[in-house]
Unconditional design. Structure first.
Length: 117
């Protein structure tokens, strides 16, 4: 039997406390408009060039936030990305590590990463 499971990730769900505030924050750091619809009162889909993101306030609790990065955002210039996030006032929890990546927290405490691609 052929394997029907594709070798790709469709989307990543991020637990967020307030769907509107999370939508605004993520769209701001990604340079996207906030004109998408909040679905079912708790989901906001962020279309990306590859794997998408779904912000979900229904699955949020403090014990479910990402304690380590579950994925990373790509950049072609780690120093420029670091300064961009710093200028936005993002909670940077590491400096640039090994000249390759850094970690930060979203407003809900999820630990995320930006990495050179």
């Amino acid at each position: 039997m052929d394997n029907p499971i594709l070798k790709e990730i469709g989307t990543v769900f991020i637990p967020v406390k307030n769907i509107e505030k999370a939508r605004d924050w993520y769209c701001d750091i990604l340079g996207l408009k906030t004109d998408g619809e909040i679905q079912f009162g708790h989901l906001y889909v962020i279309s990306m060039e590859s794997t998408g993101i779904v912000l979900d306030s229904k699955i949020y609790s403090e014990d479910k936030i990402f304690k380590t990065p579950a994925f990373h955002f790509n950049t072609k210039n780690i120093e420029k990305a670091f300064h961009f996030m710093s200028n936005k006032g993002v909670n940077l929890i590491t400096g640039i590590e090994h000249n390759h990546y850094f970690n930060f927290k979203d407003p809900d405490g999820n630990i995320l990463m930006i990495c050179n691609c």
